[in-house]
Design a binder for this molecule. Structure first.
Ligand code: SF4
Ligand code: SF4
Length: 753
C-alpha cells in the first residue's frame, strides 16, 4: 500500500505540561519526515474529527502520541484500511517520570531526560508505522460449521445441546453403547438451590431424551475417534467402532528418549507422514471445532494396602457405592474414608477434591434414609464444601445418624461379618475403633487425558496433548485466563476431563466450552485469531527459500501449529496458530514474521532509539515487555505515579517467546548498555498466555549470556524477569534495580563502534 503518514501529538492528560511539544513535533517532521499535528485532546470529538478528516483526505497511516495503546481503542480506530500506531507518552513517559526521592534535589536535566524519552517513543512509533503493512486475513474456502463433541455424559450432552440450540450442527460420539456416561449410575444429585439441604433428581435421563430429539445432533454410540487431522474450521475426523483397531489409528506416543533417537536419525518418526496419511482417509468427516468431554476415571486406591481395597470384600470406592445405592443396597453402618491415613496422615487421596467431599456427605445421607438405625462415619483430613454447599455440610452435621471427625485411618480389617476400622489423631483426642458393614474409599477423579490418548491427533508434535505430565494430566492451556482452551487450538475441554465438577458445574462448564467452540468457528471464518489475540488478522509468514530445515520453529510452537515434511521444512497450519510469534523468536535464519510484527520491524525500532555517546547519565536500556501482563502492569504503575529510570525504553512484544535473540544483538551493537525481558511466570504455576513462551525465552537468554561473555561483554547486561499483572507496584523497582546494575558496570564498551 502507498502510505500517507501523519502523526498526532496530544497535549492532554498532562502531556503538554510536561513535554516540549514543539521540539517533539520537530523530531517527527525532521527526523521521521512525517506531517505532525498537535491538539489538546485527540480522543475527544474535535480531536478525533481532525484525524478523521485527514483520513478522508488520504492519510492511511496514523501515529498517535498520547495515552497507552491499551486504552481509547475505539477512539483511535480509523477502520480496517488505516494503519494506526500509538506511542505511549502518557502512562509510560509523563506519568512514569523518574522523580527524585523526597530528600533528593531534582536532577538539573530532568526535563531534558523526559523530552528525550518522549522523542525516542515517537521515533519508535513512526518507525513501526513505516514498517507495518495491512494484514490479509487467512480465510478457509470450505469451512465446516459442524462441531464434534466427544463423550456423551453430562458435559457432552450439555455441549451438544447448547451448540445445537445456537444453530450449529453437532456430531456427538460416545464410546459406550448408550448415552449418559457415569451419571447413569448416580442415584441423586447435589442441591442446586435454597435451602441447599435437599438432594435432587438426577437430570441425566431427561437430558438424553432432549438430545436424542434434537434434529441438529447426530448421535454415534459405541464410537471412538481413531484420528483427528487438520485444524479449526477443517478438522478431518476419522471415527471407528469403540475398542477396535483400524489402519487409521494414531501411532503410539513418542517418548522423550525416542524423540532424541528420531532427531539423530536412528529411529523413524511415526508421526512424520501423518498429514498425508489422514488426507488419504476417504471416510474422514470434516468438523470445524471439537469439544472434548471424555470425563474422568476413578483413581486407583488399591495401593493403600492397610485399607484393603481389592483384598477385603465390602471395601468399595465411592463410585461403586453410588451404584449400590441406586440399586437400593445400602448397608446400615458405613465408614467413609476420605484420606489414605497410614503414613500419609495429612494427605488426601490423589485427585480428591470438593466433589469427593460432597459425594461422601450425599452417600452418608443415603445410609440414614435407607436404614432406620443407619450410621455413617466420615473420617477425613479435609472436607471441602465450597459456596452454598456449606449449608449442605451443616445440615449433615445436624443429622443424628452422621458422625464426622478428622481422623487418620490406620487399618481396615475383617472382623467376622463386619469390618473393623481403626483410626487415630481424631478431633476427639482419642483413637477410634469402628465396627461397620462397609468401608467406602473416596477415590479421586482422574481426567481421562491422564490415562489414555483420547484425542489422537495427526500432528507433527504427536497424537496427544503435549506436556500433560506437568499439569497432572489436565489439557488446559491456561486455567485462569482461558478456561476450556487446550494446547491444541479448536479443541476445548469441559466436565471431568477439565476439572472435578458436580453435575451442576459440568452443565455450566460445557455451555462455556460450546461457546468457545462457536467462537473458534466464527473467528476462523473471519480469518482471525481466537484468543488470546482475539481478532488478530495477522499470521506468521515464512520465507522458505532461506529455511535450513532446522525444525526449531516446529518443535517450539507451543500449539503444534507447524507440521513439517520429510526434509523438515515447516508446513504451517494457520488456523491452529495463536499468533504468539514463538516460531519467529526461535528461527535462527530470521525468516518468520507478521505484517505488523517482524524481525526487521522491531530491529528498526531498536535502532531508531537515540543512543548518546560518552554520557554516563544517558545510558540506554531496552526492555522487551510482554503485552499480556507486564505491559498493563507498567501502565498501572504509571497511573500510580511510580517512576521508571529515564534511561529505559520499553518495547511491547506479543510474548517473550517471540523475542528473537537478533534483537538483543541489535540493541547491544547499537550501543545500548543493557537488555531485559519482562514477562510472565513459567514453571508449574505458569502464567504465560502462550504456555511455554516465557520459559523458552529464558533458555535463549541463558545462551545469549554465554555468547556475550565470549565477546568480552558482561553476561549480566542481559536479564529476564518474571512478573504478574498484579506486580504493578514492584515492576518499576525491578527495572530500576537492573538499570542500577548496568550503571555500575558502566557503558557498553562497544558503544560508538
Ligand atoms: S505464531 Fe505461535 S502458534 Fe503460530 S506457528 Fe508461530 S509459534 Fe505456533
Ligand atoms: S526455525 Fe527457521 S530455519 Fe528453522 S525450520 Fe523453522 S523456518 Fe526453517
Amino acid at each position: 500500500m502507498d502510505k500517507k503518514y501523519c502523526a498526532y501529538l496530544c497535549s492532554g492528560c498532562g502531556i503538554g505540561d510536561a513535554l516540549d511539544m514543539d521540539a517533539l513535533a520537530e523530531v517527527v517532521t525532521g527526523e521521521m519526515s512525517m506531517d505532525c499535528k498537535t491538539a489538546d485532546c485527540f480522543c475527544g470529538t474535535d480531536g478525533r474529527a481532525l484525524i478523521e478528516a485527514d483520513v478522508g483526505e488520504g492519510v492511511n497511516t496514523v501515529v498517535v502520541g498520547a495515552c497507552s495503546p491499551r486504552v481509547m481503542k475505539n477512539e483511535f480506530d480509523f477502520g480496517d484500511g488505516t494503519i494506526t500506531l500509538r506511542a505511549n507518552l502518557r502512562e509510560q513517559v509523563v506519568w512514569a517520570e523518574d522523580k527524585p526521592a523526597e530528600d533528593e534535589e531534582p536532577h538539573a536535566e530532568a526535563a531534558e531526560f523526559l523530552n528525550e524519552t518522549a522523542a525516542d517513543y515517537m521515533r519508535m512509533a513512526c518507525t513501526q508505522a513505516q514498517k507495518t503493512e495491512l494484514p490479509e486475513p487467512h480465510k478457509l474456502e470450505n469451512l465446516s460449521r459442524k462441531i464434534l463433541v466427544m463423550g456423551g455424559g453430562i458435559a457432552g450432552l450439555t455441549a451438544a445441546r447448547e451448540a445445537a440450540a445456537a444453530g450449529y450442527e453437532v456430531t456427538l460420539i460416545e464410546k459406550d453403547d448408550k448415552l449418559g456416561g457415569k451419571a447413569n449410575d448416580w442415584r441423586q444429585s447435589f442441591p442446586t438451590k435454597s435451602p441447599w439441604t435437599d438432594l435432587e433428581d438426577n437430570p441425566v435421563a431427561a437430558m438424553i431424551s432432549e438430545v436424542e430429539g434434537d434434529s441438529n445432533i447426530t448421535i454415534k454410540t459405541s464410537t471412538e475417534v481413531a484420528r483427528i487431522a487438520g485444524g479449526p474450521g477443517a478438522f478431518r475426523v476419522t471415527m471407528k467402532a469403540a475398542g477396535t483397531e483400524t489402519e487409521w489409528d494414531a501411532p503410539a506416543k513418542v517418548t522423550g528418549e525416542e524423540r532424541e533417537l528420531i532427531e539423530k536419525g536412528e529411529m523413524e518418526n511415526p508421526n512424520a507422514s501423518l498429514v498425508d496419511y489422514m488426507e488419504a482417509d476417504p471416510n474422514a468427516e470434516i468438523h470445524g471445532a471439537v469439544v472434548m468431554a471424555t470425563g474422568w476415571v476413578p483413581a486407583d486406591v488399591s495401593e493403600y494396602e492397610h485399607l484393603g481395597y481389592g483384598a477385603i470384600k465390602n471395601v468399595v470406592t465411592n463410585v461403586e457405592f453410588e451404584k449400590l445405592a441406586k440399586e437400593g443396597k445400602v448397608p446400615a453402618n458405613v465408614a467413609f474414608v476420605q484420606s489414605p491415613g497410614g503414613k500419609d496422615h495429612d494427605m488426601d487421596f490423589p485427585y480428591c477434591n470438593s466433589v469427593t467431599s460432597m459425594v461422601a456427605l450425599k452417600q452418608a445421607q443415603y445410609v440414614c434414609e435407607d436404614n432406620d438405625e443407619g450410621k455413617a462415619y466420615l473420617l477425613y483430613q479435609h472436607m471441602r464444601t465450597p459456596g452454598s454447599q456449606e449449608l449442605y455440610y451443616k445440615a449433615a452435621q445436624q443429622n443424628d445418624g452422621i458422625f464426622m471427625t478428622k481422623a487418620a485411618v490406620t487399618k481396615v480389617e475383617e472382623n467376622g461379618d463386619k469390618l473393623k476400622v481403626t483410626a487415630e489423631n481424631t478431633l476427639l483426642g482419642e483413637d477410634l475403633d469402628l465396627d461397620v458393614d462397609m468401608v467406602v474409599l473416596a477415590a479421586g477423579m482422574v481426567p481421562t487425558t491422564k490415562e489414555e490418548d483420547t484425542i489422537n491427533l495427526a500432528y507433527r508434535q504427536g497424537p496427544a496433548f503435549i506436556d500433560l505430565d506437568l499439569f497432572d494430566g489436565y489439557a488446559d492451556s491456561h486455567f485462569i485466563c482461558f478456561p476450556y482452551e487446550t494446547r491444541r487450538t479448536g479443541v476445548y475441554t469441559c466436565g471431568g476431563v477439565r476439572k472435578a465438577e458436580t453435575i451442576d458445574e459440568a452443565i455450566d462448564d460445557a455451555t462455556g466450552a460450546a461457546l468457545k467452540a462457536i467462537q473458534c468457528l466464527e473467528s476462523t471464518d473471519r480469518g482471525v485469531s481466537v484468543h488470546p489475540r482475539s481478532g488478530d488478522k495477522t499470521w506468521p509468514d515464512f520465507f522458505m527459500q532461506r529455511c535450513t530445515q532446522c525444525k526449531r520453529c516446529t518443535e517450539e510452537c507451543p500449539f503444534g501449529a507447524l507440521d513439517d515434511d520429510e526434509k523438515g521444512t515447516p508446513l504451517p497450519n494457520n488456523t491452529r496458530c495463536r499468533r504468539c510469534g514463538t516460531c519467529m523468536g526461535s528461527c535462527p535464519e530470521r525468516i518468520i514474521g507478521f505484517t505488523d510484527y517482524n524481525i526487521d520491524l522491531i530491529g528498526s525500532m531498536i535502532k531508531s532509539v537515540e543512543v548518546p555517546e560518552d554520557d554516563d547519565d544517558r545510558l540506554r536500556v531496552v526492555v522487551f515487555v510482554c503485552e499480556n501482563d507486564a505491559y498493563p502492569a507498567l501502565d498501572m504503575a504509571g497511573m500510580r505515579g511510580n517512576g521508571v529510570n529515564h534511561m529505559v525504553r520499553f518495547i511491547p512484544v506479543r510474548c517473550l517467546g517471540s523475542v528473537n535473540m537478533a534483537w538483543i544483538r541489535d540493541a547491544l551493537s547499537a550501543g545500548m548498555d543493557g537488555a531485559m525481558l519482562l514477562g510472565c511466570t513459567y514453571g508449574d504455576d505458569y502464567q504465560c498466555h502462550f504456555v511455554k513462551g516465557s520459559e523458552i525465552a529464558n533458555k535463549r537468554m541463558e545462551n545469549i549470556g554465554e555468547t556475550l561473555s565470549t565477546l568480552g561483554l558482561e553476561s549480566e547486561r542481559c536479564a529476564t524477569q518474571q512478573v504478574a499483572i498484579t506486580d504493578y507496584d514492584k515492576i518499576p523497582q525491578i527495572v530500576n534495580d537492573f538499570v542500577e546494575e548496568i550503571v555500575e558496570m558502566g557503558p557498553n564498551p562497544f558503544k560508538g563502534f
